[in-house]
Design a protein around this ligand. Sequence first.
Ligand code: SAM
Length: 408
Amino acid sequence: MSNHRNDVDSFAAQFKALSNPHRLALFRRLTSCCPPGTSCSTEDAVRYSVGQLGADIDISISTLSHHLKELKRAGLVQMARKGKQVECWVAPQTLEQLSAFFAELPAQPKDTRNKPMSEQNTCCGTSAVTDKSPSAADHDAYRQSVREKYSQVAKANNERQGCGGGTSCCGPTDDGAINTLISTRLGYSQADLDLVPSGADMGLGCGNPKAIAALKSSETVVDLGSGGGFDCFLAAREVGSSGRVIGVDMTPDMVSKARANALKGRYENVEFRLGEIEHLPIADVTADVIISNCVINLSPNKPQVFRDAFRVLKPDGRLAISDVVATVELPEEMRNDAGLIAGCTGNAALIDDLEAMMRETGFEQIRIQPKDESKEFIKDWAPGHNVTDYVVSATIEAVKPGGCGGGK
Ligand SMILES: C[S@@+](CC[C@H](N)C(=O)[O-])C[C@H]1O[C@@H](n2cnc3c(N)ncnc32)[C@H](O)[C@@H]1O
């Protein structure tokens, strides 16, 4: 039973990896033809150098290496260094297992093929029909688990109640003294802290996006995952009454808290909208700047976050983000630990992968700068887990091209 379960899990991971058109094309390329000068009659897998593959197909090397890593993670592709080259290949056993999987599927009776799914009988009875693809459902379930954690954080009052156990990105809440201490470690000044309504600084960030955003008067700023509104209120002062700030958060309790804080501070140029950062409730070409503090790491679909940010930005619009990033592959136990995921470490993406996602979206002038000093506070987020062996806080900057400056 457990072997069967393992098989199902590993096929599910492989199909998920192949659900990206680039990766599917890449996999077919690796399995369907021989590179020049090789013979396919051999029983061994045909090995490609990554450089050769990059030259053969029309995607950049960084994008290619991101997709190869995803295929490797799913167990579909093997990679090894040979001299100065990195080679990749699909092992013959992998293809055999996939073929065996499809060979075991029952053929569908002809007379039911054109009936709607809801009228068809399957071997387990009438099929349950849903209009969601499995990956969309997975993403929803994942976001729901994160949302529940942040709902608890938003609701927690003066108790030090959190989700990860440590003083973390989802740790303490309204304990003002502790949050002040955390925020000054993140690079905020006492003056910043004095400016915002009490309760807005929840100590949930991992950096200070305002410090890299170079905000100007009259600009429109969007904050992805605005929490209690801390960064929105600081941005609101910088853009002034002719500018505006829109905070987006998927947790209703956070949005309510932020709105109450805005009332408390009488902010008229800030609004908070309930929504997911993968599907922003904001019109195209609205923002001059998108900021975010310790949120994108939580997303189950980071490429979609960058695509939607790109859509919402004006030409020449910029990203100014602080986030937790992975410096090496996270171990399986870490990636499956709900506490670490909600605590902003377990779902962090590799720096190279983030860069590839942003480049693929169309961003330019991409700069991801890890801040080693952040390990000093990240180590307290999940005591006993050695998370700083794998993750660090970084600043992430990029520009949407297309304005007068061409984004250069
Ligand atoms: C670590 S907290 C950071 C809050 C805020 N940026 C700060 O620095 O205080 C993460 C916030 O992002 C929100 N969040 C997480 N994933 C999200 C998603 N996919 N879409 C929208 N909001 C999300 C959570 O509800 C939570 O309020």
